[in-house]
Write a protein that binds this ligand. Structure first.
Ligand code: SF4
Ligand code: SF4
Length: 304
C-alpha cells in the first residue's frame, strides 16, 4: 500500500491515561463509516471540516456575519444561524471570532507535524509504558495515512494502539499488523439487522476482520459500549458471548457504560441526537453484565 503524508484530524490529546497502557498521546483521525446513535464524538464522523457554534460563548458582536464570504451566517434565535448548504468551511469566521464561539472541527496535518507533537512526550511513554493511540472517528478510514504514522512511531520504538470499529478493508489491518501493538476492537451488536438500525452499516466486515485479527494473533481487547435497551439485551449479550467463545475464547473484554458527554455537541453541529431520553446503565447493571462475561472465562474491565 502507498503511504499518504497528510491526513485530517480533529484533535491530538496528550497525557491520556484511559486509551491503552501508560501515558499516551491520542491522535483522533476524522471520518467514520458508522453513524452510531450514541456517538460521543459526532464532530469526527465526517472526514470534511465542520463548523461548530457555541452559543454560551457568543457576545453577539456579529462580526462573523460580515466576515463570511458566502453569506452563510445570519442572526436568529438563539444567536448565530449557520446555513450548512452555503458554508464552504473556509474558517474565516472562526478567525474573526475572538470569543471562540465559532470553531472548526478538522485540520490537515502532515505526518511530520503529528510526529513532532508525539515525540515531545517520549520520556513519558518510556517511564510509564505508554505510547500513541490512534482513535477517531475511525482511524482506519484514513488507512494509508494511519499506516504512515504507525510506521513512524515504530521507527522511534513507540508503543502503538488503535481504537477501531473494525469497519475497513482487511488489507488495511493486514498492513497495520506489524506496526500496532494493541487493538481495542468495538463489538457493538451481533445481529446484523440491529447493527444496521443503530450504526447505519452491516457488521459482516467487522466480524470477519475481528476473526482474522485473532487468527493473526494480534493483541485484541474487545470493547463493548453498553447502551441500555439497545445492546445490553439478553439476546445480544448471549450472541456476543457465543461469538467470542467461538472466535476468541478468553479474550479481554472492556465494558464501556453509555454516557451523555457528547450529546451537547450535536446542537453545535446542527445534528440530531436521537437518544436524548436515554439514561446511562446503573453500576448494578454493569456489574451483572460483567459477571455474565466472567462466568464464561473472559477477563472483564469496566470503563476503560
Ligand atoms: S463573531 Fe463570535 S462572538 Fe461575535 S457574533 Fe459571531 S459567533 Fe458570536
Ligand atoms: S466557515 Fe467560511 S463559509 Fe462557513 S460560515 Fe464561516 S466564514 Fe462562512
Amino acid at each position: 500500500m502507498n503511504t499518504k503524508n497528510e491526513g485530517v484530524i480533529s484533535e491530538i490529546e496528550r497525557y491520556a491515561i484511559k486509551d491503552g497502557p501508560g501515558i499516551r498521546t491520542v491522535v483522533f483521525l476524522k471520518g467514520c463509516p458508522l453513524k452510531c446513535r450514541w456517538c460521543a464524538n459526532p464532530e469526527t464522523q465526517k472526514s470534511i471540516y465542520q463548523l461548530m457554534y457555541w452559543p454560551n460563548r457568543c457576545i453577539a458582536c456579529k462580526q462573523c456575519i460580515l466576515e463570511c464570504p458566502n453569506n452563510a451566517l445570519s442572526w436568529g434565535n438563539p444567536g448565530i444561524q449557520i446555513c450548512r448548504a452555503d458554508c464552504a468551511s473556509c474558517g474565516a469566521c472562526t478567525q474573526i471570532c475572538n470569543s471562540q464561539a465559532l470553531t472548526m472541527a478538522g485540520q490537515h496535518k502532515t505526518a511530520d507535524e503529528i510526529m513532532q507533537i508525539i515525540l515531545k512526550d517520549l520520556p513519558y511513554y518510556q517511564t510509564s509504558g505508554g505510547g500513541v493511540t490512534f482513535s477517531g472517528g475511525e482511524a482506519a478510514s484514513q488507512g494509508e495515512f494511519l499506516c504512515k504514522l504507525a510506521k513512524e512511531c515504530k521507527k522511534h520504538r513507540i508503543s502503538t494502539c488503535i481504537e477501531t470499529c473494525g469497519y475497513a478493508k482487511w488489507e488495511i489491518f493486514c498492513e497495520l499488523l506489524p506496526y500496532i501493538d494493541y487493538f481495542f476492537y468495538d463489538l457493538k451488536i451481533i445481529d446484523e439487522k440491529d447493527h444496521m438500525t443503530y450504526t447505519g452499516v452491516s457488521n459482516k466486515l467487522i466480524l470477519d476482520n475481528f476473526s482474522r485479527l485473532i487468527q493473526a494473533k494480534a493483541d485484541v481487547t474487545v470493547r463493548i459500549p453498553v447502551i441500555p435497551g439497545i445492546n445490553n439485551t439478553q439476546k445480544n449479550v448471549e450472541q456476543t458471548i457465543r461469538f467470542l467463545l467461538e472466535q476468541a475464547p478468553g479474550c479481554p473484554v472492556s465494558l464501556l457504560p453509555y454516557h451523555r458527554l457528547g450529546a451537547s455537541k450535536y446542537d453545535k453541529l446542527d445534528m440530531e441526537y436521537t437518544l436524548a431520553e436515554l439514561a446511562p446503565p446503573s453500576e448494578k447493571e454493569m456489574f451483572q453484565l460483567k459477571e455474565q462475561f466472567v462466568s464464561f472465562g473472559f477477563p472483564v474491565r469496566i470503563g476503560e
